[in-house]
Design a protein around this ligand. Structure first.
Ligand SMILES: [Zn+2]
Ligand SMILES: [Zn+2]
Length: 395
């Protein structure tokens, strides 16, 4: 037996589809979500929901008050697109060259507007407040921290937070919940190796930065394979490697950039020094100079047990007993929902949006990415049910 929430949410599917397609056709990159934020604010105002704009940049916060003051639950959606050229053409494809909602954030934003519609209609049936967090720049440089710095989690103080991400590996009609750590900390580095340039025929008069750089790339993988407990995940990816002028010239300099992913905060803080020791040692041994920058990105999302149970119960109630999947392993992707979940118990769950018959199977960030819009009432219904259950809908 399921409750009636999915039917209620399905009634607002047409407006969610209209919002989603509008956002999809007009994608905006992180901290440039001006039109998107304006459309969100206008939609909230049309519902008579209290709105705060320009929160931490282009963020928007909506506030729905129930019958009496009480606890506050926040529900978060990210609004930014990616610098990806969409392929192929669909009726609702991006109209902006080189920009695309390739991660489903258009859907997240449309779902949260649907949640606003539903909860505003139900405001006479719960105590406390629901805060709707429309966040910029999840794909970078991050919008959660600026929103928090701009008091998004205060006035009223947020006691719990939930969020979702569309996922085309899970069929529409299901959700997935991971307990504890569910995403990685995505840190980054840039390494520049300086040698001495020269003629390709006379290497002994030079210090070949490419030869040194190749040793460094290879050695970095031994941090993963030889220095760290194999059951404690670590990824070191060198994503770019640039240097040199032409085939008969010894390259004086190479620059490489990459990403480091960890789940364990204690391991996380050791990686930079390990990389500096190894790269520095190789450069010293091979007569080159090392310059290295290391930057720390988002922390891991850590789902709180009680909030996981709340979302799982909401999912079973709305969708059915067998529609809530346990996600056993974390993702090595990053997600800045983590900052909200550091301030209040949180649960970030996956919303199934896979539809094989309609070809909606590609992963996020792919130029052909698309998701099944039928997932939107599913996500909205689960979030509304979870919010009502958290706040207590009994009279
Ligand atoms: Zn993404
Ligand atoms: Zn995303």
């Amino acid at each position: 037996m399921t409750d009636t929430m999915l039917a209620r949410a399905t009634a607002v599917l047409p407006e969610m589809v209209a919002h989603r397609r509008q956002f999809h056709q007009h994608p905006e990159l992180g901290m440039e979500e001006f039109e998107t934020a304006a459309a969100v604010a206008a939609a909230l105002r049309a519902l008579d929901i209290e709105v705060r704009e320009r929160v931490g940049g282009t963020g928007v916060v909506g506030l729905i008050r129930g019958r009496r003051p009480g606890r506050t639950i926040a529900i978060r959606a990210d609004m930014d697109a990616l610098p990806v050229q969409e392929q192929p053409d669909r009726p609702y494809s991006s109209r902006v060259a080189g920009k695309m909602h390739a991660c489903g954030h258009d859907g997240h934003t449309a779902i949260l507007l649907g949640v606003g519609t539903l909860l505003h209609g139900l405001r006479g049936e719960f105590d406390g407040q629901v805060k709707l967090l429309f966040q910029p720049a999840e794909e970078g440089p991050g919008g959660a921290q600026p929103m928090i710095a701009d008091a998004a989690m205060e006035n009223p103080h947020v006691d719990a937070v939930i969020g979702l991400h569309i996922n085309t590996e899970i069929p529409t009609g299901r959700i997935g919940v991971g307990h504890g750590v569910t995403s990685a900390a995505p840190d980054g580095f840039q390494i520049t190796i300086r040698g001495v340039g020269g003629h390709g025929a006379h290497p002994h008069r030079s210090v070949d930065a490419i030869a040194v750089g190749c040793q460094v790339v290879t050695a970095l993988q031994t941090i993963v394979s030889r220095e760290v407990d194999p059951v404690n995940p670590l990824v070191i990816t060198v994503g770019t490697f640039q240097g040199g002028f032409r085939g008969n010239v010894i390259a004086p300099e190479v620059t490489m950039t990459g990403t480091v992913r960890t789940l364990d905060p204690e391991l996380r803080v050791t990686v930079e020094s390990r990389m500096r020791r190894l790269a520095g040692g190789i450069c010293a041994a091979m007569r080159a100079e090392l310059e290295m920058q290391y930057s720390y990105g988002y922390p891991s999302v850590v789902n709180e047990e009680g909030m996981c149970r709340l979302v799982e119960a909401a999912g079973r109630s709305v969708l059915g007993q067998d529609k809530v999947l346990l996600i056993p392993k974390p993702s090595m992707g990053g997600e800045d929902f983590s900052y909200f979940a550091q301030l209040a118990p949180g649960c970030f769950f996956r919303l199934g949006a896979r539809n094989e018959s309609r070809g909606m199977v590609l992963p996020g960030h792919h130029p052909g990415f698309d998701f099944d819009e039928e997932c939107m009432p599913v996500g909205a219904a689960v979030m509304v049910r979870a919010a009502l259950d958290y706040l207590g809908s009994g009279g």
